[in-house]
Design a protein around this ligand. Sequence first.
Ligand SMILES: Cc1ncc(COP(=O)(O)O)c(C=O)c1O
Length: 374
Amino acid sequence: MKNFHEFTMERWMSEWETTVDYNLSESGVHPMSLGELLEISGTQVERLLDIEFHYPETNGLSELRETIALQYNGATKSNVFVTVGAAEANYLVMNSLLEAGDECCIVFPNYMQIYGIAQNLGLTTRSVQLCEEDGWRLDPAALDAAVGPKTKLIAVCNPNNPTGRILSAEEMDAVVASAERVGAWLLSDEVYRGAERLTDEETPSFFGRYDRVLCQGSMSKAYGLAGLRLGWTVGPPDCLDRLWRRHEYTTICSTMLSNHLARIALSPAVRPQILARTRARIRSGHDRIASWADEVDEIQLFESEAAAITFCRYSTPINSTELVERLRRDKSVLVVPGDHFGLDRHLRISFGLPHDILDEGLRRIGDTFVELRS
Ligand SMILES: Cc1ncc(COP(=O)(O)O)c(C=O)c1O
């Protein structure tokens, strides 16, 4: 059997996130409680008590799919397929559309799930690196050069994990043009859509810009409801049908309760309130991390545009995996090393946290840089 490629970052988090005092490794904002969700939505808890624990429709409750479709221009519920998180959505898309020997093109850095799946499926991977010197911009010429006649799928993450940058309209057009030129599928992971820092305008989706597109969404990040374990793919119905046949092998469906709670959270009256909560946390957390970074000479902060994470460069001559191990062991702080994205001398730090946790976690990271000076 060939070597299994582990999902290094998720492994790191699974192993340590519940053991540290200061977890600054999560990419979403601090989660909502069930009570907070019911209060924001004006839902009486009694309304939930009648829910019977059948399997829901295995592609997602019809009312939920209708509600999700409202977020995408031109979509109807037949374009929506509900999964157990965007993690399952990514897995199903890759396994349904590609097989060993196929070629895909991945824009780096990114969440790295697609890359790991590609390795495990035996795909040929071509890559395009976003340019750090140019504010993590996508170079259309580099993308076009990486996409060849054999490329069957192009994968992007927008807003981007780990950088939190949002593609411009021109960059989005360039992605579509490259995909269109060779007839490739476009897989767009859009789980941070709605978690913008600098604007209340939602990041545009790739849905509706190209026929062969699959867009991933999730309750985990922009809504602070990761524990619902509910995500989705929006795309052409015949393609979603292919995903469904694999979904029956992976999870069958997300839970009945999650389907109902997600429908409440995404309803037009509630969704804007949850996004306002998320953006408020991202904005205040960013202010704090920016002031901290001003004080720590070694840190160069990238001003992210969305998501509750920043991808900082640091100048201390220590490998990023070594540095995060030291932070975990000596300071009980968990952050993600740049190594997990193939970019050493960087840290991914989350800031959508309660301020006391964020401030103390950052203080400990700052202390470590000071200790490393000597
Ligand atoms: C870009 C991206 N896609 C997908 C996921 C998986 O999210 P979910 O909790 O919806 O499975 C994550 C989680 O961190 C992510 O950052």
